[in-house]
Design a binder for this molecule. Structure first.
Ligand code: IPE
Ligand code: IPE
Ligand code: MG
Length: 238
């Protein structure tokens, strides 16, 4: 099929996996894989937008990833720091709007400040909507939503009967963002690892053995071709 005839998913979510294995294969430390992986994220944002993707969500750090060795967590945080800083410039250049999803309150203050700056400076941009999941867990997101809804029920600000699926949508981190149409997970793993549990109720899943730092536009097009071979049932609730 000619790529110009392909239906491009509106929202693509990516579990970028395999950085560590990619580095190990080259006899390099895992952190080198994370550095190369972050470059692949920047490139894929450009590629995705050029082919017409409107929303891209990337899973950068899960609520479970804190259990990794301290040195690795520190190295990932360091990388995130520099990624967030350079994103202020790249988002300006690419007209990209960035939102961080996940529990930001557990991140160090300087990272929280950078996130605020980035979200604020890019909020008027009209190009690609990029969501970066940091300290994100689908279960944690739902617990946080339930807590804040419960508080309002307790205060009688809302009635129990006000709560339905659309209502809950406003309390999760992706409020206002349509559900992903396509999920891509690299490195051959075929699990969800706590990613967007609510949002992926009807998402199509694509798995590839390619390790994340090797993922590029050609691989992205393969995922989109796969997506085009599926028949969608239900889309976003938005
Ligand atoms: C994904 O690569 C990046 C993060 C989770 C931060 P991994 O670090 O999980 O790489 P593998 O799975 O060990 O190869
Ligand atoms: C999932 O990858 C989380 C991110 C990509 C940030 P992991 O490599 O951490 O997932 P598990 O632990 O193998 O399920
Ligand atoms: Mg992994």
């Amino acid at each position: 099929m000619d790529s110009t005839e392909l239906m491009i998913p509106n929202h693509i979510a990516i579990i970028l996996d395999g950085n560590g294995r990619w580095a190990k294969k080259r006899g390099m430390p895992r952190n080198y894989g994370h550095t190369q992986g972050s470059k692949a994220v920047e490139q894929i944002c450009e590629d995705a937008y050029k082919i017409g993707v409107k929303y891209l969500t990337v899973y950068a750090f899960s609520t479970e990833n804190w259990k990794r060795p301290k040195e690795e967590v520190e190295a990932i945080m360091k990388l995130l720091r520099s990624y967030l800083k350079t994103s202020i410039k790249t988002s300006e250049k690419n007209n990209m709007k960035v939102r961080v999803i996940g529990d930001k309150s557990k991140l160090s203050q300087d990272i929280q400040d950078s996130i605020m700056k980035l979200e604020e400076s890019s909020k008027k941009n009209t190009g690609l909507n990029l969501q970066v999941a940091i300290n994100y867990g689908g279960r944690d997101e739902l617990v946080r939503a339930i807590k804040s809804i419960s508080l309002q029920v307790k205060d009688h600000t809302i009635d129990l009967n006000d709560i339905d699926e659309t209502f809950l949508e406003d309390y999760i981190d992706t409020r206002g963002i349509p559900d992903p149409d396509l999920l891509i997970r690299t490195s051959g793993e075929t699990r969800l690892s706590n990613f967007m549990l609510w949002q992926m109720a009807y998402t199509e899943f694509y798995f590839t053995d390619v390790l994340w730092p090797d993922f590029n536009k050609v691989e992205l097009m393969k995922a989109i071709e796969y997506y085009n071979s599926r028949t969608r049932k239900y889309g976003s609730v938005l």
